[in-house]
Design a protein around this ligand. Structure first.
Ligand SMILES: *Cc1c(COP(=O)(O)O)cnc(C)c1O
Length: 231
């Protein structure tokens, strides 16, 4: 676990620097630490260094970590692909879901959300890279899906999420994020102040994402180190 506090600090510094470059308030970007494939001890090292929001991609792994770290006031975000037979544990344990791409999944999450937990925060995932990506709703379908989410009683529509195709070129990174931001801004007028979240940017493209308006960046390897496996 050594190194996690220093790497976390370096990522926080990079976020502040990008905010400054963008003329944005440093507190306007939240760091989501993506702990997939790392154990509860790694999460705990980040918690002790001040981190409180964590992202998980795999349902059972995430649920196990949530249980292992209960009672610490952490926020858990589900950011992986969702199979319809896995919606119940997601609805029952997570605070946020970033990867809603079909109405059927949204309906199940709402039906299965325990009322005692309050509404589940939801972002609609946008497929901004076309055929290069299989995940996310097509840009032309996002408004209707978001509208459907607003009608579900146990979901709270918070914004959009995107994972653009990885590219090295900075201008190309910015262009993809700018396209997501345009959709976000169009919809903000329609959905009002609760629609406040733009989840985009990872270890390799966080600066471009912040320059284009990200409010949550999802960072894994830059904090926890490279993953020795990925499912
Ligand atoms: C793994 C993952 C991340 C973090 O990626 P890094 O490159 O390790 O920062 C962010 N978002 C999603 C959806 C992921 O699956």
């Amino acid at each position: 676990m050594s190194g996690i506090p220093d790497r976390l600090q370096a990522v926080e510094n990079a976020i502040v620097a990008a905010c400054r470059e963008a003329g944005r308030a440093p507190g306007s970007v939240q760091l989501l630490a993506v702990s997939k494939t790392f154990g509860p001890d790694a999460v705990l090292a980040a918690v002790e260094a001040g981190q409180h929001a964590f992202g998980e991609n795999y349902v059972q792994e995430g649920v196990d970590k949530i249980a292992a770290l209960a009672g610490r006031g952490l926020a858990w975000h589900f950011i992986g692909p969702i199979q319809s037979n896995k919606t119940r544990p997601i609805a029952g344990h997570f605070d946020w879901v970033h990867t809603v791409e079909r109405e059927k999944i949204a309906v199940r999450l709402s039906e299965q959300r325990p009322e005692a937990l309050g509404p589940l925060n939801v972002c609609v995932q946008v497929n901004i890279s076309g055929e290069a990506s299989k995940s996310g709703a097509a840009p032309g379908e996002v408004a209707a899906l978001a509208e459907a989410v607003t009608r579900l009683p146990n979901l709270r529509l918070r914004g959009l999420m995107a994972i653009p195709e990885p590219v090295e070129d900075f201008a190309a990174q910015r262009a993809a994020f700018a396209a997501v931001r345009e959709i976000f801004e169009t919809l903000r007028g329609r959905f009002g102040p609760d629609f406040d979240t733009l989840s985009m940017g990872m270890s390799a493209d966080l600066r471009a994402a912040i320059l284009e308006g990200a409010t949550i960046v999802r960072v894994g390897s830059a904090i926890f180190g490279s993953r020795t496996y990925d499912k």
